[in-house]
Ligand binder design. Structure first.
Ligand code: G4P
Length: 528
């Protein structure tokens, strides 16, 4: 088998989805520990803290208790190379999260055993469902009193509409937690607080019949477990690989991330069964990861990673072929060749220059604004990957400068920051206003803060009467011209130069749509 195919099949690219506080960061850290990417528990949080200290913008992030940026962590485990794409945690950053989820092949859902299915998990699950992304679930914080495991599975099934196949089952909970039973291997992994913190795994008994087990957990507990297992095996679904890969059945694991307990069975199962890189749709055809020619799409931009150099890093998922450092590739949108020289890979320990990358991997490309979210790179074919939309913002504000002489910097700052995709920038046809649209209100604070910090511009964002935006398309050029003339006061141009209708109210939007049946009002714009 060619090297490219072998490498591709080793890749497991996924994201963790959860409600804030369920334990995503803690679990990430333990996974990295197993992957040998970090040596000590506490490193991920330590790394976060170090970054906070060096950047004021990060300080804002910390103040708010949220993570604005998402990163990529690669680590080896068994025969696999695992790519973990972090999703931002706060509800305001839905769009960014959405786009990260377009770049993965599967997801891991973390649930707090005391809280069950929470609101943000429901939303993220809806996004996963759009692409039938396979899901595994980790029910966390077993060291605390939580709800009964059966009740939790029932809730996942009824609220998230996905069948559950428990792979591990808890033996007790909270102060009575003794371990987990592996329903497929028959093993029992003991919970030994203190020991499970490290990489070494807990004591494992090969089966429930192991004479030492009753001694360790008590005969009563063992009897209770056997009774419960009978119930579980009758009431839940058995694991079925095809159903999992189709996104209809979630294997479920129980554990305690902070104690590094129950994590290894999850990771072992994950690398064995989670999908390798999948085919991706473009406007013209499906691109298979087995194809020899390199292709990939950009799903995220991060501006000013180094504010001294005003650089932007575009995060590209490789979809086919093999990426090699310094290779020339075709930037489809501009129609130009670009030499991708200093691409970054994201080993959790550090960023380093990437020599090669395969389907499923994510590389970071430095640029000065030429690359946008949704861009495709190929070895010459005019491919355009689909499914990476811009959503119409729901909140709008007008930027008002404190120092009118800084207009140029303001425009530049707004345009560059909106390239990251969390905000959108509009210029009305009939006025000199600069309008910023966002999905969450927090974004305006972040942008104001970063304009000051990174561009030296002080501005405030004032409310305006815009309720929603729609991208305008019309096949009939004359009709479009007429529409433009009649509605100029409500029209604007977005950062990509597209025409947008800024509706003062929902009613106005509806009336305008009725009045102009030949004009299309799109609620999303595919990055083209
Ligand atoms: P998030 O990224 O999903 O937001 O969650 P994070 O990992 O930051 O975890 C949220 C809190 O839950 C943290 O406590 C963390 O220590 C705790 N936690 C995670 N896993 C477990 C677990 O298995 N059992 C228990 N009991 N707690 C768990 P914190 O007090 O907010 O932070 P810290 O001071 O402990 O770091």
């Amino acid at each position: 088998m060619s090297d490219h195919l072998t490498q591709m099949r080793r890749r497991r690219t996924f994201a963790i989805i959860s409600h804030p506080d369920a334990g995503k960061t803690t679990l990430t850290e333990k996974l990295l520990l197993f992957g040998g990417a970090i040596q000590m528990a506490g490193s991920v949080k330590g790394r976060k803290a170090a970054r906070h200290a060096t950047s004021d913008w990060m300080a804002l992030e910390k103040e708010r208790g949220i993570s604005v940026t998402s990163s990529v962590m690669q680590f080896p485990y068994e025969d696999c190379i695992v790519n973990l794409l972090d999703t931002p945690g706060h509800a305001d950053f839905g769009e960014d999260t959405y786009r990260v989820l377009t770049a993965v092949d599967s997801a891991l859902m973390v649930i707090d055993c005391a809280k069950g299915v929470e609101e943000r998990t429901i939303k993220l699950m809806e996004v996963c469902r759009l692409r039938d992304t396979p899901i595994m679930s980790f029910i966390n914080k077993l060291d605390r009193e939580g709800r009964s495991p059966i009740e939790l599975l029932d809730e996942v099934e009824s609220v998230l509409k996905i069948q559950c196949a428990p792979i591990t089952w808890p033996i007790g909970m909270g102060s009575r937690l003794k371990g987990v039973y592996h329903l497929i291997s028959g093993e029992v992994h003991l919970y030994e607080p203190g020991r499970n913190f490290t990489r070494q795994d807990s004591t494992i008994f090969a089966s429930l019949d192991d004479p030492g087990l009753a001694e360790r957990i008590g005969a009563d507990m063992l009897r209770e477990l056997r009774d419960e297992l009978e119930l579980v095996e009758g009431a839940s679904h058995p694991f079925d690989l095809d159903e999992y890969l189709a996104g209809r059945l979630a294997p479920v694991f129980f554990g305690s991330a902070v104690n590094n307990f129950g994590v290894q069975p999850l990771l072992d199962f994950f690398v064995a069964h989670a999908p390798a890189p999948q085919a991706r749709a473009t406007t013209t055809r499906q691109v298979q990861p087995e194809e020899e020619k390199m292709s990939g799409f950009v799903f995220k931009i991060q501006a000013n990673m180094d504010p001294m150099h005003r650089d932007r890093v575009a995060f590209m998922r490789i979809c086919s072929g093999r990426f090699e450092a310094g290779m020339k590739s075709f930037h489809v949108r501009s129609g130009k060749e670009m030499k991708l020289a200093n691409a970054l890979t994201f080993m959790a320990s550090d960023r380093e220059i990437v020599a090669e990358a395969y389907p499923g991997d994510v590389i970071g490309i430095h640029n000065h604004g030429t690359i946008s979210i949704g861009d495709t790179f190929s070895e010459g074919e005019a491919l355009s990957f689909t499914g990476i939309p811009n959503f119409a913002p729901e909140l709008f504000r007008r930027a008002r400068l404190k120092d009118p002489l800084k207009m140029k910097q303001l425009q530049k700052g707004l345009a560059q920051l909106s390239e990251e995709g969390a905000t959108q920038f509009f210029k009305p046809l009939m006025s000199n206003d600069l309008i910023l649209g966002a999905v969450g209100v927090l974004q305006f604070d972040v942008v104001a803060y970063r304009l000051k910090d990174e561009y030296g511009v002080e501005c405030v964002f004032e409310p305006i009467t815009v309720s929603t935006a729609r991208w305008i398309h019309c096949r009939d050029a004359r009709k479009l011209e007429e529409f433009r003339d009649k509605n100029a006061t409500n029209l604007a141009i977005d950062a990509a130069g597209e025409l947008v209708y800024l509706a003062p109210s929902r009613v106005n939007l509806q009336l305008t749509q009725e009045r102009w049946p030949d004009v299309q009002f799109a609620a999303t714009r595919e990055h083209a």
